[in-house]
Design a binder for this molecule. Structure first.
Ligand code: SF4
Length: 384
């Protein structure tokens, strides 16, 4: 009965999905994953799912394990009823040593929490059918970095079970969504210009959309702007961001404290330049890395229609914040590191926050508080 009632909350999404071209090659690394998503992730389940799990007809040993794994919240709601209680080492108690899930192995797929069933995929069906993989998964990053070709998007026939949802999005809005995103992603991948110039250009497109969401943004002239870098000023902004995330984000704090230690009592200009040279020599295709990381993340989050901020221009501030902070941490944290795997480990940790929290909204608010709002100021930040 419970399985049936749970299944009623889902519907079949079947048909042509827009996917990035790496998608068809995605396979979970299971036991070979260095930083499994089963470790330390806050996974919550609905009330129906909780009672389904407790009503499963399984052997006593598994039943006890399930009882210990899912703990109801102090103030549960039907949608956010219980959470996974991790073991002392941070792993999920149902995660087996061969990398597979005990629940998945012994029960119907409907017993799995939605996030476990789909991660790292984001299945979107509200505007158009599309699916991609999160940058927080190391396999996604490996696929992104396995060649220097721009990300292409293609159609794929797929079928998923998704939560039933009401949508009030009109067909005109759906067409506009696809058009705007196609233009933004092709501009971000336009390698005739530096990546910084491409971001500024996207800012201009977004400004135009604030005046009219259906404006023609296709033929806006691409221009290279000359922004001056004020190193000391920019360094101050990034240190302020670093302090804020140390205080407010447990996952990022250990990494960011390393950056603080690195600069403590030293000539930060010299350290930064030496780290920047090291990073850029190590990855001479670093600009392509950032291009692919950002496009994949923005596609995943339905940018710029994800409605986290008040205006399209706010979304521009958020991209400048995300890109520049990511570059700042990449340059500093790769000090003394020499491999792509080490870089992927840093990135996947940061993207567990960037792609799965209100990071873009937070960084936009922090930028505004620091007075980094005008196109000139944001262009200057991008030079760091
Ligand atoms: S992070 Fe990605 S590759 Fe690793 S276990 Fe999770 S889905 Fe698999």
């Amino acid at each position: 009965m419970l399985i049936k009632s749970l299944i009623k909350q889902y519907e079949d999404a079947k048909g042509t999905f827009l996917v990035p071209n790496y998608y068809k090659n995605f396979n979970c690394k299971t036991v070979h994953c260095r930083d499994s998503c089963c470790v330390d992730w806050l996974v919550t389940i609905t009330m129906d799912q909780y009672f389904l799990l407790h009503g499963l007809d399984v052997e006593k040993e598994l039943k006890n394990k399930i009882d210990r794994t899912f703990r109801p919240f102090e103030k549960p709601t039907p949608l956010r009823y219980a959470e996974i209680v991790h073991k002392l080492d941070g792993d999920c108690p149902l995660h087996k040593s061969d990398g597979f899930c005990l629940l998945h192995e012994r029960c119907d797929e409907a017993a799995l929490p939605m996030v476990c069933r789909t991660y790292p995929r984001a299945i979107k069906t509200n505007y158009i059918y599309e699916v991609s993989c999160a940058n927080s998964c190391e396999k996604t990053l490996e696929l992104l970095f396995e060649n220097n070709d721009p990300i292409q998007f293609e159609d794929m026939i797929l079928r998923f079970k998704v939560y039933k949802q009401e949508t009030t999005i009109s067909s005109v809005e759906k067409v506009n969504y696809r058009k705007v995103r196609d233009i933004i992603f092709s501009n971000l991948a336009n390698r005739n210009f530096s990546f910084k110039d491409r971001i500024v250009h996207v800012g201009k497109l977004l400004q135009k959309l604030d005046l009219d969401e259906t404006a023609n943004i296709e033929n806006l002239e691409f221009k290279t702007e000359d922004y001056q870098l004020d190193f000391d000023e920019n360094y101050g902004y990034f240190m302020e961001l670093t302090d804020w995330f140390i205080e407010n984000n447990k996952r990022l704090a250990p990494y960011l404290n390393r950056i603080k230690d690195l600069h403590r009592g030293k000539n930060f200009y010299e350290i930064y330049i030496s780290n920047k040279n090291h990073f850029e020599n190590l990855f001479d295709n670093h600009e392509i890395f950032f291009e692919k990381l950002l496009i994949n993340d923005l596609f995943y989050r339905q940018f710029p229609f994800q409605n986290y901020t008040n205006s399209f221009y706010d979304e521009f501030i958020a991209i400048v914040g995300t890109y520049s902070f990511l570059r700042f941490i990449s340059i500093n944290l790769m000090e003394n590191k020499n491999s792509l795997d080490e870089y992927i480990d840093i990135l996947s940790s940061f993207f567990t926050v960037i792609s799965h929290s209100s990071f873009d909204k937070n960084i936009m608010i922090l930028f505004k508080k620091m007075g980094l709002v005008t196109k000139d100021k944001l262009g200057q930040i991008l030079q760091f």
